[in-house]
Every structure is written in structure tokens, then in C-alpha cells.
Design a protein around this ligand. Structure first.
Ligand SMILES: CC(C)(COP(=O)(O)OP(=O)(O)OC[C@H]1O[C@@H](n2cnc3c(N)ncnc32)[C@H](O)[C@@H]1OP(=O)(O)O)[C@@H](O)C(=O)NCCC(=O)NCCS
Length: 148
């Protein structure tokens, strides 16, 4: 078993570890959501759907998920990263950056030249991380309205 941090494709057997890790984030507990995501991105995986985990000493300590999306809102194909987490006791050791760099490398291999994500303005840690990864405000804005 390696002491090194390994970034690898998620496997169906990683599902429970991902559900547990997700519980450490500010988001809601959502095991059914992860079952659906695994079916789509891991079981029926494709080159343009990427689900990676960070593993150390046989334990999954982080994950990142993204894909290529094309022509949404008129945008040419680009990479989207829509989930990312590192276990609280493993943070600030470069794991998030290793996963981010690897998913960007894989997205670039598919031919896209831009990566996008969205962040909650209240989550300063997320914003600090994304800024450190080189992300800046893009050319699209999110609009929303409460439905009564
Ligand atoms: C955001 C998160 C994934 C970062 O993972 P990580 O492994 O701790 O990040 P890294 O150690 O690779 O840090 C990379 C850079 O991010 C920034 N960063 C990381 N943690 C930070 C903190 N607590 N405060 C300020 N900046 C921070 C730093 O610039 C850091 O670079 P440096 O080490 O050279 O200073 C992790 O904190 C996390 O899981 N947070 C909760 C879930 C979340 O916010 N997910 C993202 C949105 S879905």
C-alpha cells in the first residue's frame, strides 16, 4: 500500500467513501444524488466524464468530478468541474491542487481550452482555493429567481 498520494479514476467500490466525504462539506447530505452520479460518471464512464479520487494509504481522502459540456448557453465545448472535496484532516497539503491539475490535464486532452465552475459567494474557502487555481470571473453570469 503506497504512502504516496495517488490520483486515480473512481471505481464503483468508492461510492461509500465519497458519500462520507461529501458529508464533511457545507452541502446537504445526499447519498441518492451520489448513487446517480456514480451510475453516470463511473459505471457508464466516458472519456469526457471524469470522476477522480485522491487516495493515500488505501483511504480515499478526496474527490473531484467534471465533464465536457457543449453549447449550453451558446458556449463552445468547455470543461466543467462541479464537485470537489478533501477530507478535513487532510486539507492544506496540496491534495485539492493535485486533483484540480489532473482533471484539467484530462479535460485539455479532450480538446477543450477553458474550464469553468461555480462557487457560493458565502464559501470563502472555496473561493480562495479556486482563485489559487487561477480561476477568475468569466463571461457568463448566473441569474436566478425564487419561484413562489
Ligand atoms: C477547497 C478544498 C477542496 C481545498 O482542498 P485542499 O487539499 O485543502 O487544497 P490545497 O492544499 O491543494 O490548497 C491549494 C491552494 O488553495 C488555497 N487554500 C487551501 N486551503 C485554504 C484555506 N484554508 N484558506 C485559504 N486558502 C486556502 C491556497 O491558496 C492553497 O495554496 P497554498 O497551499 O500554496 O497556499 C477543501 O478545503 C475542501 O474540501 N473544502 C470543502 C468543500 C469545498 O469547498 N469544495 C469546493 C466546492 S464544491
Amino acid at each position: 500500500m503506497s504512502n504516496q498520494l495517488v490520483i486515480r479514476n473512481a471505481l464503483p467500490a468508492d461510492l461509500d467513501a465519497i458519500i462520507s466525504l461529501d458529508r464533511t462539506t457545507p452541502d446537504a447530505d445526499k447519498p441518492d444524488y451520489w448513487r446517480g452520479i456514480f451510475e453516470h460518471y463511473v459505471v457508464k464512464g466516458r472519456a469526457d466524464r471524469i470522476f477522480l479520487v485522491a487516495e493515500k494509504r488505501g483511504t480515499v481522502i478526496g474527490f473531484i468530478v467534471g465533464e465536457v459540456r457543449a453549447w449550453e448557453f451558446g458556449s463552445p465545448p468547455c470543461g466543467w468541474v462541479f464537485a470537489l472535496a478533501v477530507s478535513p484532516d487532510a486539507r492544506e497539503h496540496g491534495t485539492g491542487k493535485r486533483m484540480w491539475d489532473e482533471i484539467c490535464r484530462r479535460l485539455k486532452k479532450t480538446g477543450v481550452t477553458t474550464v469553468r465552475t461555480m462557487a457560493n459567494l458565502d464559501q470563502k474557502l472555496t473561493l480562495s482555493f479556486l482563485r489559487a487555481m487561477g480561476l477568475r470571473t468569466g463571461r457568463y453570469i448566473e441569474l436566478e429567481k425564487q419561484l413562489d
